[in-house]
Write a protein that binds this ligand. Sequence first.
Ligand SMILES: CCCCCCCCCCCCC/C=C/C(=O)SCCNC(=O)CCNC(=O)[C@H](O)C(C)(C)COP(=O)(O)OP(=O)(O)OC[C@H]1O[C@@H](n2cnc3c(N)ncnc32)[C@H](O)[C@@H]1OP(=O)(O)O
Length: 258
Amino acid sequence: MEYQYLIVERRERVGLIQLNRPKQLNALCDALVDEMVAALDDFEADDGIGAIVITGSEKAFAAGADITAMKDFSHMDAYRGDYITRNWERVKTCRKPVVAAVAGYALGGGCELAMMCDFILAADSAQFGQPEIKLGTLPGAGGTQRLPRAVGKAKAMEMCLTGRLMNAEEAERAGLVARVVPAASLLEEALATAARIASFSLPVVMMIKEAVNRSFESSLQEGLLFERRSFHASFGLEDQKEGMAAFSEKRPPEFRHR
Ligand SMILES: CCCCCCCCCCCCC/C=C/C(=O)SCCNC(=O)CCNC(=O)[C@H](O)C(C)(C)COP(=O)(O)OP(=O)(O)OC[C@H]1O[C@@H](n2cnc3c(N)ncnc32)[C@H](O)[C@@H]1OP(=O)(O)O
């Protein structure tokens, strides 16, 4: 597929998706999101891909939904067109892990896109925010729902009501990002992290992603039961036999990803 707004590459067992609208600070438009859905579909179907990285440019992961594109929308335009949110769950529904590598601005829909990913690696230049209130609107792709779950009500409420930005250090302290790395090594670190994940058993990686995400959707008791049944099911995998045999034989495992 030809991409106009993305750079899409395979880096061994890692699929790399780079937002490529640097002049507009990677503002998210319908066409970019449609291309991202296509790239995720492609990587999900590819047995040679075990993990995915989404990143932007040095100055911006994504500065939000495209204000120019939507500024004259009517309620019905937004509602019936479901502007750039019609496929918004595709990152979350992707069964392979998706890592967000964020440098620069991740604002509005850009912060929401990063939070849809399984975890965020932030450059020390990263700045996160939901500044929609400054535009006379509010987050529309999870900002008021995922941000409180990530950083707590107080910080999320203050950020959404004031539109202030959160730098990488505060974001790590608050639990929004997994780790902060120097901007110069962000992509290298993200690819290495994704490659490590992709080196493990793909079915187990998928089961872990599913179980961790289930913790946000169910009671502790239901989540523990889901996890336990998944643990039991792992003993049906060739990779579980290989992993535990390799340990006993004091050699590295060679997972077959099935
Ligand atoms: C596979 C499924 C994936 C699904 C993914 C979906 C998730 C997203 C869905 C979103 C749903 C809607 C809800 C979200 C709404 C929003 O996001 S509203 C927008 C929120 N963002 C902002 O308010 C930030 C706006 N930008 C700025 O404040 C500043 O640009 C900046 C980031 C602080 C940088 O300032 P500065 O360094 O001065 O650069 P600028 O000159 O301002 O910008 C450079 C050019 O980039 C253009 N631009 C920047 N941001 C946007 C934007 N959001 N939309 C459109 N264009 C933008 C800016 O206009 C400049 O362009 P030129 O004037 O042509 O040079």
